[in-house]
Write a protein that binds this ligand. Structure first.
Ligand code: C5P
Length: 344
């Protein structure tokens, strides 16, 4: 298997030259997300927090290959894409030290998603699933949630269940707060949304600005429950309207000035990396910067892809972790990639 990675373009457009054949399987490209705004409104009786967040799908993709099998077993393999090692490590450890552990088999949310769907549908079909990962884990980039959404779409298609979008979204919300975002309407040319509740109530934003980012995933990740546990909900909640207007007007400078994440101070208390990366972005000519989700990824907004690329090179040189450029995309789970591999 060869890599399609280059140091200046490590954001992996969904091309799959050189990957092994998966005869008769379907492939879904599952994007990462960034949170451009995240306010924590309060703690709920069920232990979750009531939030208001703006999420955008961005062009860093995992690949999920799914095929039905006649044994009735669920089989899942999950691995980092080849070639990532050369671009990740600041430490002497392996790739999992740099990008996070990959849960295997029944511990992986993909397994849980497919098993739940199979049980709820009352069928005994089996599946062989291969997950090729590029989205760092414990990073606030939504990789696992995106994988779960893709698994539901794949299973619904391959097992010919014909579940409606609404029914899939209900199951998605039970699997994880961010999963519904990745499933939500993919036909309106924008993969930005406001998410409310614990993150599962999605209001899609259309005709939004196209944005270019540099993302740094520090050498250590952060566990979402720990960050929420430490966070103090807002006494005076920040308002997302100005950011929505700036996004709608296509004004990246105003977008940059409105980036906000209530979880950032909690994450900063838990990891020294957040402040280190923030200080590095402060020294750059960028339009704004902030943490994504519950961290530990931190991103900056830039005027153009070229502007982002130049600054990514500078950030790589100071070795703050895994650095990649990315941009907003219009579909969170790439339905165009949802095809029979090898044209079958
Ligand atoms: O929904 P998900 O499984 O992704 O959430 C992981 C953990 O993050 C939850 O168990 C909870 O501790 C925390 N969380 C929260 N409020 C949210 C989302 C997540 O407290 N809105």
């Amino acid at each position: 298997m060869s890599s399609n990675l280059t140091i200046d373009r490590p954001n992996y457009e969904p091309e799959h030259r050189g990957e092994p054949e998966h005869r008769g399987s379907v492939r879904i490209d599952c994007s990462a997300k960034l949170n451009l705004f995240l306010e924590v409104l309060g703690k709920r009786d069920d232990g979750y927090h009531e939030i208001e967040t703006i999420m955008s799908a961005v062009s860093l993709f995992d690949s999920l290959y799914f095929s039905s099998n006649s044994t009735g077993d669920l089989r899942l393999s999950c691995e980092w894409a080849s070639g990532l090692e050369a671009h990740t490590c600041t430490s002497t450890g392996g790739i999992s030290d740099c990008l996070g552990e990959l849960p295997q088999h029944a511990d992986n949310i993909v397994w849980k998603a497919v098993e739940r769907l199979r049980n709820d549908a009352g069928i005994e079909a089996g599946a062989t699933i291969r997950l090729v990962k590029r989205i760092p884990a414990m990073a606030g980039l939504g990789g696992a949630s995106s994988n779960a959404a893709a698994a539901l779409l794949a299973a619904n298609r391959v097992w010919q269940l014909d579940w409606s979008q609404a029914r899939l979204e209900r199951l998605a919300a039970e699997l994880g707060s961010d999963v519904p975002f990745f499933l939500a309407n993919r036909s309106r040319g924008s993969a930005m949304a406001v998410a409310r509740g614990r993150g599962e109530r999605i209001e899609r934003l259309t005709d939004m600005a196209k944005l270019h980012f540099v993302v740094v995933r520090p050498p250590t990740g952060l566990a979402t429950p720990r960050v929420y546990e430490r966070c103090r909900p807002a006494e005076q909640p920040a308002n997302l309207n100005q950011l929505v207007r700036a996004l709608h007007d296509g004004n990246p400078a105003r977008v940059g000035a409105q980036l906000f994440n209530r979880l950032q101070s909690a994450a900063t208390e838990l990891s020294p990396w957040i402040d280190k990366v923030r200080a590095a972005f402060n020294r750059l000519d960028c339009l704004g910067h902030g943490m994504s989700g519950s961290g530990s990824s931190y991103f900056g907004l830039f005027r153009t892809a070229r502007h982002a690329g130049r600054h990514a090179v500078r950030l790589r040189a100071i070795r703050l972790g895994y650095v990649f450029t990315t941009r907003t995309v219009t579909v969170p789970c790439q339905v165009t990639g949802f095809r029979r591999v090898n044209g079958k």
